[in-house]
Design a protein around this ligand. Structure first.
Ligand SMILES: *Cc1c(COP(=O)(O)O)cnc(C)c1O
Length: 356
């Protein structure tokens, strides 16, 4: 079976973990600080704050922006559930805006109509590693005084009009085991705002600036040095990983027939966390998945239901109809695109898809 994703773990990652084990300092320490520095460099931001996961990064970012009960946050229904759950964690209300059919990302043209006097933030999600159209999103945010919190969990290294994702406001990354840069588990917040950075640092560690001086209700959302050590080695390989993902995606787009292949607009630096095609015209996606799996091709369906079709979210957002997200959730299939694919793997994937 060609897996849909595969963490690439070499000798350098193993050595880095053993070094931390032998140092006797396993919790948040110098490796975490180095990894933060690497993310700040990559994004060109003044600050980066490591967390235990992408989910806790989103949670912290919302708390740091002072978002809570009575507030509304605009985001996409076509995302990993953590994006929407984080809004619920802080007691705010998610307001879901439909997506663009060809990019899978939130449709900027529909955001403004969703803004109310209670709106506090927009969370654009760079789904599959493809950046959202940030210019109109930033413009709406500026006009209405809203925070922009990028969910860049899938998009480390991506660029929009030459500018790195993670640099447009406050941004959240994930270093979960299947992400483009992984640490097993982990997250990162990037920002230029010193107050947001300071609040994130305090909230991640029990509300402390100084040991045992709790200035506010905080959490334990820290990353360990064991995880950061893996992430640091992976960051050294980010360019190589991204180049391989791009080459794999280019090959697939050139050779696949009979499915709708992903769009890449001019000025968008896609990092291909997922390579996602659509089967449409009433064809059965689940049948296509079954046949691909039988042919030894691992697949993913990201995501089989839009967020508003889960009960815990429906209870908050009510009955909404977001036709594009609903249709995409029935049409999408992600194919392997990860850096460990061989040329033979790529040929097998193409052959199996073209036989559908
Ligand atoms: C992975 C992911 C998250 C959550 O990250 P974790 O590290 O798994 O907690 C959030 N949003 C999106 C879009 C993701 O893909």
């Amino acid at each position: 079976m060609i897996p849909i994703s595969k963490p690439i773990i070499g000798e350098a990652e193993k050595r880095a973990v053993v070094e931390v084990l032998e140092s006797g300092r396993l919790a948040q320490g110098p490796r975490v600080a180095q990894l933060e520095e690497r993310f700040a460099q990559l994004c060109g931001t003044r600050y980066a704050i490591a967390t235990s996961s992408g989910t806790t990064a989103l949670h912290l970012a919302l708390l740091a922006h002072g978002i809570g009960p009575g507030d509304e946050v605009i985001t996409t229904p076509f995302t990993f559930i953590a994006t929407v759950n984080a809004i619920l964690f802080v007691g705010a209300k998610p307001v879901l805006v439909d997506v663009e059919e060809d990019t899978f990302n939130i449709d900027p043209a529909q955001i403004e109509a969703a803004v109310t006097p209670r709106t506090r933030a927009i969370i654009p999600v760079h789904l599959y590693g493809y950046p959202c159209d940030m210019d109109p999103i930033l413009e709406i945010a500026r006009r209405h005084g809203l925070a922009v919190i990028e969910d860049a969990a899938q998009a480390v290294g991506a660029t929009y009009k030459g500018r790195p994702v993670g640099s447009f406001g406050t941004a959240c990354f994930s270093l979960y085991a299947t992400k483009n840069v992984m640490a097993g588990e982990g997250g990162m917040i990037t920002t230029d705002d010193p107050e947001i950075a300071e609040r994130c640092r305090m909230l991640r560690n029990h509300g402390m600036r100084e040991r045992y001086q709790y200035e506010l209700l905080g959490y334990n959302f820290r990353m360990s040095d064991l995880h950061a050590a893996i992430g640091l080695v992976q960051m050294d390989r980010l360019e190589e990983f991204t180049a391989r993902r791009r080459a794999n995606a280019a090959y697939l787009s050139e050779h696949l027939r009979s499915v709708i292949t992903p769009t890449v607009r001019e000025g968008y630096g896609h990092v291909w966390h997922q390579y996602t095609v659509r089967v449409n015209g009433g064809r059965d996606r689940d049948e296509a998945v079954r046949r691909l799996n039988e042919a030894g091709i691992g697949t993913g369906v990201f995501y089989p239901r839009p967020a508003h079709h889960y009960d815990h979210i429906r209870r908050v957002v009510g009955e909404v109809h977001l036709p594009v997200a609903e249709r995409l959730s029935r049409e999408v299939i992600s194919l392997p695109v990860h850096p460990a694919l061989s040329q033979a793997d790529l040929e097998r994937i193409v052959e199996a898809v073209n036989r559908l």
